[in-house]
Design a protein around this ligand. Structure first.
Ligand code: NDP
Length: 433
């Protein structure tokens, strides 16, 4: 903390993480003796660079680019690029640190990294975004590669940006499909990547319920968000026999006691780029309300926050308990505030942490790398089946870790411990690294 007093997000992430792995450290004095914690919290490498580009008016702009290669003990660095005005070194380090353990949990050979820029793609023309991406990649290409570091998308970096970044990489270094993931299907992308995080969230939730001899059939679910994660969470939840009561965006939410139809949401959000209020204009049984879906009283069983960070506050968590919810599985990253997490504990509400429950996206990204390496594309079913097994395994390992340390159903601590164990083992075996 003394070295990086301004890196509040990063310091908070470390603090929260270490609190949950104390029992592991007590069992392994060699981790303390070899200063494993000092090493694991220091990124292996961080690159910060200038990104100059010219806007449509001919003005020269300068943004800041980052790539933090946090930990490569178990495989090439892997993690998204975020383009958003709030991006700084602290945010990139916080996300990179979390990514190390999320990737470890998938059981696939991928290390952790993260990167991005304070560039804001909102309101920019396609040509401006392309010029920015080309300039960004002109520097980044020196530091990445299919066996070294494989970036993907995150906030502000979708299919369009990945296409521009990949195109520039190929011009500079030649064909290397496996250098980025989230690519278009015509140039090495994987089937089922679009659905992966939402589907994976439901496979994880199914496994969590199965541990208590329960299932999704007949369950009532509140989903927040109407984006990539939410749409495919709604689809899979419905296929598994649940009724999804809500979907939302940053203005308001729709409630339909008969169940939200994901195809209508998909049409509105993915095709028409409209608002969730349009849903109620099309589906008679649905009603639209302004405000947060978490401030709306209705009885339900499971909460799937799939919109954004800190959307469930302590107060909203109390309401969630009053409405009868027994499970919260995190589709979004960090959707619950620390007060909300404390409230879940108080009410014995089971929490599926983001690191575990939303790992389906990065897992399928790693499957995209495998397909690129063997120069083959797998069918949708094959990718989906593998995703399901990976999510079941993530839950099983988190539960086993929680059981081993007598933590009951604290699947947050379980996921942190399971993710940490593998990285720690690999680092110890590789000497003082
Ligand atoms: P999208 O941008 O596709 O969708 C986000 C949705 O959340 C939109 O409907 C958006 O509404 C809504 N939203 C944003 N801010 C708020 C807010 N303050 N209050 C209510 N709703 C809000 O993003 P994704 O679905 O890809 O990502 C959602 C979350 O999941 C993020 O936390 C992301 O980091 C995480 N995640 C995503 C993965 C993926 O593979 N996509 C993988 C792992 C995690 P609006 O249109 O009004 O902005």
């Amino acid at each position: 903390a003394k070295r990086d007093p301004n890196q509040t997000e990063f310091l908070e992430a470390i603090d929260n993480f270490f609190k949950t792995i104390v029992p592991v450290l007590e069992k392994h004095p060699e981790y303390i003796k070899t200063n494993l914690l000092g090493r694991i919290t220091e990124p292996e490498r961080g690159i910060q660079f200038r990104v100059p580009w010219v806007n449509d008016n001919g003005d020269v702009q300068v943004n800041r680019g980052f790539r933090v290669q946090f930990n490569g003990a178990i495989g090439p660095y892997k993690g998204g690029l975020r383009f958003h005005p709030t991006v700084n070194l602290s945010i990139v380090k916080f996300l990179g640190f979390e990514q190390v353990f999320k990737n470890s949990l998938t059981g696939l050979p991928i290390g952790g990294g993260k990167g991005g820029s304070d560039f804001n793609p909102k309101g920019k023309s396609d040509a401006e975004v392309m010029r920015f991406c080309q300039s960004f990649m002109t520097e980044l290409q020196r530091h990445i590669g299919p066996d070294l570091d494989v970036p993907a998308g995150d906030i502000g970096v979708g299919g369009r940006e990945i296409g521009f970044l990949y195109g520039q990489y190929r011009r500079l270094k030649g064909y290397q499909a496996g250098v980025l993931t989230g690519k278009g299907l015509s140039f090495g992308g994987s089937l089922a990547r679009t659905e992966a995080t939402g589907f994976g969230l439901l496979y994880y939730t199914e496994a969590l319920l199965a541990a208590d001899n329960d299932d999704l059939n007949g369950k009532k679910i509140k989903v927040s968000g109407a984006g990539n994660v939410a749409i495919y969470a709604i689809q899979k939840a419905t296929e598994l026999g649940a009724t999804v009561l809500t979907a939302s965006d940053s203005n308001g939410f729709v409630y339909d006691p008969n169940g939200i139809d994901y195809k209508v949401v998909q049409q509105i959000k993915e095709v028409e780029r409209g608002r969730i209020s349009d849903y109620a204009k099309r589906v008679e049984t649905a009603e639209y309300h302004e405000g947060s879906v978490w401030d709306f009283d209705v009885d339900y069983d499971i909460a799937l926050p799939c919109a954004t960070q800190n959307e469930i506050t302590g107060e909203r968590a109390e309401r969630l308990a009053k409405n009868g919810a027994k499970v919260v599985a995190s589709g979004a990253n960090m959707p619950s505030t620390p007060e909300a997490v404390a409230s879940y504990k108080k009410h014995n509400i089971l929490l599926g942490p983001a690191k575990a429950a939303n790992a389906g996206g990065v897992a399928v990204s790693a499957l995209e790398m495998s397909q690129n390496s063997e120069r083959l594309g797998w069918t949708f079913e094959e990718v989906d089946n593998r995703l399901k097994k990976i999510m079941q395994n993530i839950f099983a390992e988190s539960k086993a870790a929680a059981d081993e340390y007598d933590l009951g159903k604290d699947y947050l601590a379980g996921a942190n411990i399971a993710g940490f164990n593998k990285v720690a083992d690999a680092m110890m075996a590789q000497g003082i690294i």
